[in-house]
Design a protein around this ligand. Structure first.
Ligand SMILES: [Zn+2]
Length: 91
């Protein structure tokens, strides 16, 4: 149910509940705030767990590298195709 495009762009937050000692991840707008536990439905018992910024950066860098690699592979393939066509024309 969280797979629509708009939700995917929204920030994810991890909360921990003092009542049931469970933690859960939720998605909401940056200006909104979750006020109840999704596990035991207590309200006012949860607090947000700050996510490590370094983890986020590392993930983004990894994603960037993967994209660059894919783009590079595409370019190589395109060049290959061009070369093949050129050879056909030459014959
Ligand atoms: Zn709870």
């Amino acid at each position: 149910m969280f797979m629509d495009k708009e939700t995917a762009l929204m920030p994810r937050y991890i909360y921990r509940c003092k009542e049931c000692e469970g933690s859960f991840m939720t998605v909401h707008g940056i200006t909104e705030d979750q006020d109840h536990c999704e596990l035991c439905y207590s309200s006012g018992t949860i607090f947000r767990i700050p996510q490590m910024p370094s983890v986020k950066i590392m993930r983004e860098e990894a994603g960037q590298l993967t994209r660059e690699f894919i783009e590079d592979s595409k370019r190589t393939l395109e060049q290959h195709k061009k070369d093949l066509k050129k050879e056909e024309h030459d014959q």
